[in-house]
Design a protein around this ligand. Structure first.
Ligand code: ARG
Length: 460
């Protein structure tokens, strides 16, 4: 027999391998709920415009409800011969309610159906991602508040640069995630446009009302152009781009967490429940969670490149190529949700080893810029001040002492502009407290920035 969905013009059945090769049901069955939701809206609209009777609509809605319950009870007879989620559900509906089931597809094509399903599905998943992002941001803001006074070395080139507060460092992460959050919500606006009604590519001859279906499905509006509506997957690419930037950020945080948990840095402790041991080295406690997040960045970048390449040079309108959008999109979603959950659970449990951070900040002449700024305030030109402090650092390196450990006389051999009050700026506390402006590392600024971030998150 030929295929029951489109076999009319065929004289032989599909080759068995080709049927398996072209089928998508193994992965697109994940869309069943949104497919059914779309079908109910479509049938409801068809009734309103007089294409279906209310009894027919009633039977379809009833039947689709049964189908959904079967799927959820894992009693649904998924069939690869029926190719995809749409035809599996429609065939089962027809088995249940008879000929009326065959009317559901009036004025619709799988092309606008699948484009609608993915958008509905992605919209719900975006809301889950956004909630996890908010939870992670909240955790960072609270930890930053707790650690507003904790001093650590700030780095450039991974060399000690200037002391900063740990809270300030955490709020830097929070800022990165704020932009990701904004990108996500912006992407959602373009996801939330309805392809349904585009039918195969040109629209349909039935008197459909696309505003009715758009309202029923919570879409912002019907897509403007039927050819574009069934063919483009730029919204999935956009989500992939959001996800790639997010994972890039998470990988940077991961890298720092991995460094900080090493014996060489020893800045933080991650609770045992986020770490694993070694089967050979009994002493080991490995930061597997951040390492794995760092590693998963690769697959998310890969999916973005896959989706971009999938769409490259495709002629209008729908092409079967687009079936390849699902696996990368689904895996991106799974990966992003997993990584965000791991981070949101882990961040509040980070324990700062404040003494170690402080000791590390004392090394590496991290207050050298403070001494230069002090000299400038005493009337020395900045370039000269830079040279003077450089000489003081050279002495410190020779004699293995920090600037704050030198005597006033030792310091004054480089410049007589140096007075006894210099030691106030050479302390780490003085150094961070002096950077007291919006965006600076002073503890008071960190507390204020945390409060602004908390407010911004609350009004989202
Ligand atoms: N499985 C297809 C996809 O994922 C659904 C649309 C198929 N349409 C078609 N005319 N073959 O894109």
């Amino acid at each position: 027999t030929t295929n029951q969905s489109w076999g009319g013009r065929f004289s032989e059945p599909t080759d068995a391998f080709v049927a398996r090769f072209t089928a998508s049901v193994d992965f697109d069955r994940r869309l069943y709920h949104h497919d059914i939701r779309g079908s109910i809206a479509h049938a409801t609209m068809l009734e309103r415009v007089g294409v279906l009777t209310s009894d027919e609509r009633e039977a379809i809605v009833q039947g689709l409800g049964e189908v959904e319950r079967e799927i959820e009870a894992e009693q649904f007879p998924w069939s690869v011969e029926l190719e995809d989620v749409h035809m599996n559900i429609e065939a089962r509906l027809t088995e249940k309610i008879g000929i009326t089931g065959k009317k559901l597809h009036t004025g619709r094509s799988r092309n606008d159906q699948i484009a609608t399903d993915i958008r509905l599905y992605l919209r719900d998943e975006i809301d889950i991602v956004a909630a996890e992002l908010a939870r992670l941001r909240e955790g960072l803001i609270e930890l930053a508040t707790r650690e507003a006074d904790t001093i650590m070395p700030g780095f450039t080139h991974l060399q000690s640069a200037q002391p900063v507060t740990f809270g300030h460092h955490l709020l830097a992460w929070q800022e990165m995630l704020t932009r990701d959050h904004e990108r996500l919500l912006d992407c959602r606006k373009r996801v939330n446009v309805m392809p349904l009604g585009a039918a195969a590519l040109a629209g349909t001859t039935y008197p459909i009302d696309r505003h009715v279906t758009a309202d029923l499905l919570g879409f912002e509006r019907p897509a403007e152009n039927s050819l574009d509506a069934v063919s483009d997957r730029d919204f999935a690419i956009e989500f992939g781009a959001f996800a790639s930037v997010l994972l890039m950020h998470l990988s940077r945080m991961s890298e720092e967490l991995v460094l900080w948990t090493s014996a060489q840095f020893d800045f933080i402790d991650l609770p045992d429940r986020f770490c694993t041991g070694s089967s050979i080295m009994p002493q080991k406690k490995n930061p597997d969670v951040p390492e794995l997040v760092r590693g998963k960045t690769g697959r998310v970048y890969g999916h973005l490149m896959g989706l971009l390449t999938l769409m490259k040079s495709q002629p209008l309108a729908y092409n079967k190529d687009n079936q390849e959008d699902k696996e990368p999109l689904f895996d991106t979603l799974d990966t992003v949700q997993g990584c965000l959950k791991a981070f949101a659970d882990m961040v509040p449990a980070i324990e700062a080893k404040t003494d170690n951070m402080f000791e590390a900040a004392r090394k590496g002449f991290s207050t050298a810029t403070d001494l230069a700024d002090y000299l400038v305030r005493a009337g020395v030109a900045f370039r000269d001040a830079h040279e003077i402090v450089g000489q003081a650092v050279a002495l410190g390196l020779r004699e293995q002492k920090d600037l704050s450990e030198m005597s006033l006389d030792e310091l004054r051999q480089f410049s007589d502009a140096i007075q006894a009050d210099v030691f106030e700026v050479l302390t780490l506390e003085g150094s961070v407290a002096a950077r007291n402006h919006i965006g600076g590392t002073a503890p008071d600024q960190v507390r204020a920035a945390a409060q602004r971030a908390r407010d911004a998150l609350a009004t989202l």
